[in-house]
Every structure is written in C-alpha cells, then in structure tokens.
Design a protein around this ligand. Structure first.
Ligand SMILES: Nc1ncnc2c1ncn2[C@@H]1O[C@H](COP(=O)(O)OP(=O)(O)OP(=O)(O)O)[C@@H](O)[C@H]1O
Ligand SMILES: [Mg+2]
Length: 467
C-alpha cells in the first residue's frame, strides 16, 4: 500500500465517521423532538383528564369485548359516584357500573343489540353501589367505530339524577295532593248539592204532604158521614114503603102510584145500586191519596240525619209509589224481594238513590222506543253475606262502552236540558260509597239493557270500618 493510498483510506474513514456523527446527531435530535412531542401529548392528555375530572358529567369509554365490554376510561365522578377507586374500574368489565336495581339482566343484551344496530341508547335507572346504597343514573350511550368502520368502543355520558328525581317525585306528590284536594272539594260540592237537593225535596214533599193530609181527612170523614147518612135514608125509604102497605086501599094505590112516578123520575133504583159503589170508589181514592201522602212523608225523611235500622223493602215500595208517574207509561215493574234484615242506613238518602235508578231505567226504556207492554224494570233485593244487594235492571237502550267510565262523573248526562242534569249517579255514588261504605256498579249492553247493583253493609258503615 502506498502513502497516497493510505491517505485516501484515511480520508474515506474520516468521511464515514462524519456521516455517522451526523446521523447520530440527527437521531438524537429526533429523540429529543419525540420526547418533546410525547411530553406535549402527555400534557394534553393530562389536561383532558383534569378537564373531564372537573366536570360533573359522567364519562366512560368501554372497549367491545365478549362477554362484557371492558372499561378503558372513566372520569373521577364515575368512580366516586359508583363507590369505587378509578384503578378498580379501568380494565374491568362494564358490569361493575351497571348494577341496575330492578332491571332484568336481559335488558343489557338489548342495550348491546341497539348499540350494534348503531343506535344511541338512553337509560334512566337506579344503580346499586358495592355497599348496597343506590343512586339514580341517567345515561346516554353511543357506539364508536375505528377507521375501518368496525364497532370497537362505546362512549357513555351521564349524570347522577337522584336530586332531580327527588324533585320530580316531590312535584308529583304535590300534584297528587292538589288533585286529591280538588276531588275532595268536588265531593264536598256534591254533598252540599245533595244536602240542598234532599232538603228542598224533603221540605217540599213534607209541606205538600201536610197540605194534602188535612183536607183529605175532611174528605174521608165527610164521605164516611155521607155514606152512613145515605144508608139511613135508604133504610128510611124502605120503612116508609113498608108503612105505606098498611094504608087504606085507595090511599095505598095513590101513594104507590105517586112514589113509583117519583122513583122513575129520580132514577132511584139506579141511585140505590150505584151510590154505594161510588162511596166504595171514593173510599178507595181517599185511601190511595192517604197512602201516597204517607209515602211522600216517608220518602222525603227531611229530618233523618243519622243512620237507623230500616226496612229497605218497605223503602223501595214507598219509592216505587212516589215515582209511579215516572215509569207507569213506559214500563211494568217487577219486584223480586228476598228475605232482608233491617239495614242500618240513612233511608232518606237511599230513597234518592233508588228514585234516580228507577227514573234512569224508565228514561232508558222510553229512549229505546218501548212502551208499558214491552218495557220492564226488575228490582231484585237479597241478602248476600253481610250485605244487602239491590239490583235495578231495565231492558232499555243500554250505555255505550265509552260512557261507562263517565257515569258517576258530576254533570255527565246524555239527556237534553230539562230532562237530566247529570247529578243523579254522582250523588248516588257519594251516598252509597262515601256515606254508607257500600258499592255501586253497572252492567250494560247497548240495545239490551242495563243493571245497576248497589251493595250496602247490613250493619251500617261504622261496622264495616271497624277492624
Ligand atoms: N239505566 C240506564 N240506561 C242507560 N243509560 C243510563 C242509565 N242510567 C244512567 N244512564 C246514563 O248515565 C247518564 C248519567 O245519569 P245520571 O243519573 O247521573 O244523570 P241524568 O239522569 O242524566 O240526570 P239527573 O239524574 O241529574 O236528573 C244519563 O244521562 C244516561 O246517559
Ligand atoms: Mg238520573
């Protein structure tokens, strides 16, 4: 090897060395740059973590895995609220965070299916912590996809909604209370109307009954007097005729002739046969008026405030008598009265119920176009266990299904003004259910008829309320 060659060889070595040094320097600066970039990234991630930890919202990222997704990230509030340290959650199945109270485990499969279908799932439910305490979680879960469009992760954003739920619950309670108060007011209003109606009907009926009672007694007494006077005159007439037979012949003939003329003229024979019948009819009429007056007095019962043991069968007969004008042109009434002990009740109020049921039945029969031959109201009464059961059935027009739930609403009526006010059944309901601790129900078919059933505790409301 020559000196020149040696020098060249050294030059080549020097060149290689320079290149390596430069490469090293480049690599070093690349490492420095990478470190710096790493630092920046780490700082950015730390900032994001801080930011997410500072928010009151829940934030969870989970990786899709079988059998359950794995938590890859959650912010601090998720861990705190669920009762874990964050380290206990990262890398663990999502089921740690989904201990729904009262939600069936199948529903998590449904959530997964919805996510796989690309849907966002919203849930609001109670979640249990490891110590058994619970809180309400509201959460929205969305699917995340990789660059190849594969469903790889989910992100869930939510919040502890316990306070909101409590507030909503309180609002709901307040609303319910207001509603109950409104209903109570409505009930008091109905009771007031009932009291007024009963009072006015009672006062009116008692007044009319009183007004009729005195003159009908005069009529009765006078007719009685007239009948016995007529009988006396009749006897006198017979005796005079008999005495005439003892007159001398000529006078007797004259007398007989004149009397016969007079009898013919005055139609005495007819009077003697018809007047007693007229008296019988008059007595019958007076008796009927007396009975109706008595029934009106009993029906109205304006003074009965308390509950007494009452013969309800008699009360129904009384009501039927008072209401006869309402039904007799449209229906026949059939009664099937079984054995019934006395029922502790306010009979004046119950008469109102029976009257309304009977009048409603008569109206329904009239509306169906029936008359007193084809229309029929059946009233059945029986004792069933400790209840008196009164059933009022008609073969009238029936109640359409959509009206059945409204029947007891105050002012619900299908009748024109002047025929109904829609208070009858509301008042009946208040009397039977609230005042007597009973029940009222209805069975109806359009075109066939309707049956109302009233059930009353035989021993009265207080007996039912007792333990
Ligand atoms: N037996 C029945 N058959 C068919 N519909 C009935 C019968 N009873 C009640 N209804 C229906 O229920 C509605 C309410 O009855 P409710 O007795 O409360 O009021 P009303 O009879 O209309 O008026 P009010 O009784 O105040 O004079 C009636 O308008 C009618 O449509
Ligand atoms: Mg009515």
């Amino acid at each position: 090897m020559t000196a020149g060659q040696l020098a060249d060889g050294q030059r080549i070595d020097a060149v290689v060395c320079d290149a390596q040094t430069q490469r090293l320097a480049e690599l070093e600066s690349a490492v420095v740059a990478l470190r710096a970039e790493n630092e920046t990234l780490r700082a950015q991630l730390a900032l994001r973590d801080h930011a997410l930890d500072a928010t009151p919202s829940f934030f969870v990222i989970a990786r899709q895995e079988h059998p359950a997704p794995i938590i890859v990230y959650c912010n601090k509030i998720v861990a705190d609220t669920h009762g874990y340290a964050r380290e206990q959650l990262i890398g663990k199945p999502i089921t740690l965070l989904t201990q729904w109270v009262g939600r069936n485990p199948k529903s998590m499969t449904e959530v997964q299916e919805a996510l796989r279908a690309g849907q966002t799932v919203q849930l609001e439910d109670e979640v249990a912590r490891p110590d058994g305490s619970t809180f309400w979680l509201g959460v929205s879960i969305r699917p995340l996809y990789d660059s190849g469009g594969r469903f790889t992760h989910t992100v869930a954003v939510g919040a502890d909604i316990t306070a909101k739920r409590i507030e909503t619950h309180k609002k709901q309670e307040l609303q319910n209370k207001l509603l109950a108060e409104m209903k109570e007011r409505e009930r008091i209003g109905i009771e007031l109307q009932l009291a007024q109606k009963l009072e006015s009907v009672g006062r009116l009926a008692a007044g009319i009954a009183h007004e009729i009672n005195t003159p009908i007694q005069y009529v009765g007494d006078s007719v009685y007097f007239l009948r016995s006077a007529f009988e006396d005159f009749d006897k006198l007439f017979d005796n005079v005729n008999r005495a005439a037979a003892t007159l001398p012949e000529g006078a007797r003939e004259t007398y007989k002739h004149e009397i016969a003329e007079l009898e013919k003229k005055l139609d005495i024979e007819y009077l003697r046969s018809e007047v007693p019948k007229a008296f019988t009819r008059t007595f019958d009429g007076v008796e009927r008026v007396t009975n109706i007056v008595k029934a009106m007095k009993e029906f109205a019962h304006p003074d009965a405030i308390e509950q007494n043991a009452v013969d309800l069968l008699h009360a129904l007969e009384t009501t039927l008598l008072v209401a006869s004008n309402e039904y007799k042109y449209v229906a026949k009434v059939r009664t099937e009265f079984g054995e019934l002990p006395y029922v502790v009740c306010n009979v004046g109020e119950l008469n109102q119920v029976f009257l309304n049921l009977i009048v409603n039945a008569a109206h329904a029969i009239k509306d169906s176009g029936k008359d007193s031959d084809s229309g029929e109201i059946t009233i059945r009464v029986a004792a069933e266990d400790d209840q008196a059961v009164i059933r009022v059935r008609d073969n009238g027009c029936g109640v359409p299904k959509e009206n059945l739930s409204k029947l007891y609403d105050p002012f619900f009526t299908t009748k024109e003004v002047g025929r109904g006010t829609g208070q009858g059944l509301a008042i009946s309901h208040a009397i039977v259910v609230d005042k007597h601790g009973g029940e009222i129900s209805v069975n109806s078919e359009v075109g066939v008829g309707t049956e109302f059933t009233v059930r009353l505790p035989i021993a009265g409301r207080s007996a039912r309320a007792a333990p």
